[in-house]
Design a protein around this ligand. Structure first.
Ligand code: NAP
Ligand code: GDD
Length: 337
């Protein structure tokens, strides 16, 4: 039985990946950082909490990383843990650099020293493309990060590549475009929208306050994307791969699809800070812009070219944007029953 270790196992991707690895017959271990109230909600929802062995694990602590790698003796190491919210990274730039950048070399250097044959996956991101230099973005597109988060992830990406080339380690990076699900964190825009719309559809009257409505993202379904992570570590040679749908959508259109899934008929009016959306059926104001959610530097457009992953891994995103918006909106609506 192969052993896998997943950092960030309590996060969105960690939970879906742990489920997939269990289905594939792995002994699954996961890292959780110490907080005052142990939090395994996502593992509970997927019904796998008792099947995953949890270890106290913090990316900022070198010797803790060393001991976990020594004791677990894993065959595959998936590094999914991160300060993953772009918006917070301007307020926490040094912490973000440490957790999303430096921690990657802490892990790689420990693996190199005591477990060099362990296969390694790094959670790289389309946020590294930032001010995009090419459309669509692929594995060879020049990086131009636009946030402290993006800059930290560029370090993690290049140090993974460097350890692969320097020490012949099986270390791969998945350059993943945005992927969402009913388990998505509540501050990310898709989940913020579906939670807010579900509350409105259940009789609430609080409009959802958002920032830049014109940004475009290539959004897929998280459960599809963790399959790609696993496939990367099953290849004979380590490499870097983009996972994306190849379709891009504005925040406004995602909002419309989610609203339609809950039976709303939205009317959009105004521009920039004066933009609003009203549900023609109920007459309720459902969205207004609040500039507080604008970012100091924005990533306006992301659209990925997943052809390398499709050809080499046989991977493909199955859920399209309407399917995703509908799945998330209905899940949040049902949870309020
Ligand atoms: P998430 O839901 O925010 O999960 C992040 C996980 O990291 C949580 O389990 C969190 O623990 C853990 N963590 C945070 N700081 C830690 C620390 N110092 N030590 C140990 N664990 C720590 O993120 P996600 O959406 O699953 O994303 C997974 C990874 O993929 C992240 O690295 C993210 O940057 C990257 N990524 C995500 C996307 C996307 O669209 N979802 C796209 C590209 C790349 P708590 O539960 O205690 O907070
Ligand atoms: N969060 C949030 N809240 N975003 C908003 C809001 C709002 O109220 N209003 C507009 N947006 C816009 C943001 O400005 C951004 O352009 C877009 O919605 C998406 O924001 P997020 O959902 O926070 O995701 P992200 O694209 O910044 O980052 C996610 O995807 C990256 C991959 O490209 C995260 O999952 C990162 O961890 C991941 O690397």
């Amino acid at each position: 039985m192969k052993k896998a270790f997943v950092t960030g196992v309590t996060g969105q991707d960690g939970a879906y990946l742990a489920k997939l690895l269990l289905e594939e017959g792995y002994e699954v271990h996961g890292g959780v950082r110490r907080i005052s109230q142990p939090e395994t909600t996502r593992l509970d929802i997927l019904g796998i909490t008792d099947d995953v062995t949890l270890h106290e694990f913090d990316l900022t602590e070198q010797n803790n990383i060393y001991r976990v790698i020594r004791d677990v003796e894993m065959d595959e190491f998936y590094n999914l843990a991160a300060q993953s919210f772009v918006g917070a990274s301007w307020e926490l730039p040094i912490y973000t650099a440490d957790v999303d950048g430096m921690a990657v070399v802490r892990i790689l250097d420990t693996l190199r020293t005591i477990r060099p044959d362990c296969r390694f996956y790094q959670a790289s991101t389309s946020e590294m493309f930032g001010l995009v230099q090419e459309v669509p973005q692929s594995e060879t597109t020049r990086l131009y990060p636009r946030s402290p988060y993006g800059v930290a992830k560029v370090y993690g990406h290049y140090i993974t590549m460097n350890y692969r080339e320097s020490f012949d380690m099986h270390a791969s990076s998945g350059i993943l475009f945005n992927h969402e699900s009913p388990l998505r964190g509540k501050e990310f825009v898709t989940r913020k929208i579906t939670l807010g719309l579900a509350a409105l559809a259940r009789g609430g009257d609080k409009p959802i306050e958002l920032g830049n409505m014109d940004a475009k993202r290539d959004w897929g379904y998280a459960a599809d994307y963790v399959k790609g992570m696993w496939l990367m570590l099953q290849q004979d040679k380590a490499d870097d791969y983009v996972l994306a749908t190849g379709v891009t959508t504005t925040i406004r259109d995602f909002f419309t699809f989610a609203g339609e899934a809950l039976g709303m008929d939205l009317e959009w009016s105004g521009e920039a800070e004066a933009e609003t959306a009203t549900d023609r059926k109920s007459g309720k104001l459902v969205m207004k812009v609040n500039p507080k959610f604008y970012r100091p530097a924005e990533v306006e457009l992301l659209i990925g070219d997943p052809s390398k992953a499709e050809k080499s891994l046989g991977w493909k995103a199955d859920v399209d944007i309407r399917g995703l918006a509908t799945m998330m909106a209905k899940s949040d609506y049902d949870a309020l029953a």
